[in-house]
Design a protein around this ligand. Structure first.
Ligand code: FA5
Length: 356
């Protein structure tokens, strides 16, 4: 073929080859006028068609138009390919390497959690009593007034109610449901179950959380823990109670700690006593923790009042027993010489880590 378009295929192939070499959108923008625009060889060929007769000009125009369309299509493909590559490049630059994040934010030494001091003390106390032949039982933290007070010989308006500043729960009749103020109501549950199942005697300890409207101070918290002890058997005397307390103290605190039982009053035990040890903060010389007495009360105890046994259907002429209730937080406080009990609830890692 002769005429102005005789090299058209070679021109188009040359342009397509050039498009293939373009490596960026910026380069494409810069070179596009020379490939398919006013400065391209195709525009020059267009101008050269002016001398042809009308039929030949129309045919040549159509061929040129098709050639231009091929080059423009190649430019469009090239633009899309370069845009996709640019998107991939940006995504790759933004990619978060989680491996890097993990190794850069996790400290060299991982710190594992551990049971708190009170939970640990509870487990240790349970171990001591289990070794002495006691079983471990539990009771509810939300109690009826009957279990928390009446079944323990503390009827409504009894002055002894003032010994426990009570949180009442807004359920049922006013002032009939309480957050238990001590673990002693668990005694009643256990005795009722033993009577129902015919499973007397009882030798059990019952640890758990208690609540009182006490103002927190060096020896008190509003939510604290007690471990209740209950023995119901034949021929039990105060000497058995004293022996259990002595054995417990030696096992948990060691032999250097001085102890004493002081006469006291609880409506559900008779006789009753308070159990004290020398203050482990000042070793008996007097300090803020023990209110300068040199002694710390760990709990109350006594022989079961026959009226309490009778109320649950146990014959006091056949069975006798004793009960005790120790503060678990108090035991932990004395054993680990913690001057202020509030440290147990403050979640200060520097304090907690000492007991891991
Ligand atoms: C009682 O709660 C009786 N239920 C104990 C008892 C059981 C007597 C069985 C007879 C027979 P008391 O209120 O004294 O007693 O409390 C016993 C112990 O619980 C205290 O000596 C103390 O160690 C601990 N305790 C009492 N209140 C608090 C408190 N607010 N914070 C921390 N510990 C407390």
């Amino acid at each position: 073929m002769t005429g102005p378009l005789e090299n058209l295929d070679a021109v188009v192939n040359g342009l397509l080859g050039e498009v293939d070499t373009i490596a960026s959108i910026e380069e494409l923008d810069a070179r596009e006028p020379a490939l398919a625009g006013r400065r391209s060889p195709l525009a020059a060929l267009q101008k050269s068609l002016g001398g042809l007769d009308p039929d030949a000009r129309r045919d040549a125009g159509a061929r040129l138009q098709a050639a231009r369309a091929r080059v423009e299509a190649a430019i469009g493909d090239c633009r899309r390919r370069l845009a996709a590559a640019e998107r991939d490049r940006l995504l790759e630059a933004d990619r978060l390497d989680l491996g890097d994040v993990v190794t850069s934010t996790v400290p060299d030494t991982l710190r594992a959690g551990h049971p708190g001091l009170v939970a640990r003390t509870q487990a240790e106390l349970e171990d001591v009593f289990v070794a002495m032949g006691f079983r471990v039982a539990e009771g509810p933290e939300v109690e009826s007034d009957w279990y928390n007070f009446e079944a323990l010989n503390i009827p409504p308006a009894h002055p002894a109610r003032g010994m426990w500043d009570t949180f009442y729960v807004d359920l049922g009749e006013p002032e009939t449901v309480v957050l238990r103020t001590h673990t002693s109501p668990t005694q009643v549950h256990l005795m009722e179950t033993a009577v129902r199942d015919g499973s007397l005697p009882i030798h059990s300890v019952m640890p758990g959380r208690c609540y009182r409207r006490d103002t927190p101070d060096a020896r008190h918290l509003a939510a604290f823990h007690q471990v209740e002890g209950l023995v119901v058997d034949r021929g039990i005397t105060f000497a058995d109670l004293a022996g259990v307390i002595e054995t417990f103290t030696r096992a948990y605190f060691g032999t250097d700690v001085e102890t004493r039982l002081r006469p006291s009053y609880f409506p559900f035990t008779e006789p009753s006593a308070e159990f004290e040890i020398t203050c482990q903060i000042c070793h008996g010389t007097g300090c803020r923790t023990c209110s300068h007495t040199g002694w710390i009360e760990l709990g109350g105890c006594g022989m079961l009042d026959p009226a309490v046994l009778e109320a649950v259907g146990i014959d006091p002429d056949e069975w006798s027993g004793f009960a005790f209730g120790f503060g678990i937080d108090r035991c932990a406080q004395m054993r680990h010489e913690i001057a202020d009990m509030r440290a147990l609830t403050e979640n200060d890692a520097r304090f907690l880590e000492q007991f891991s």
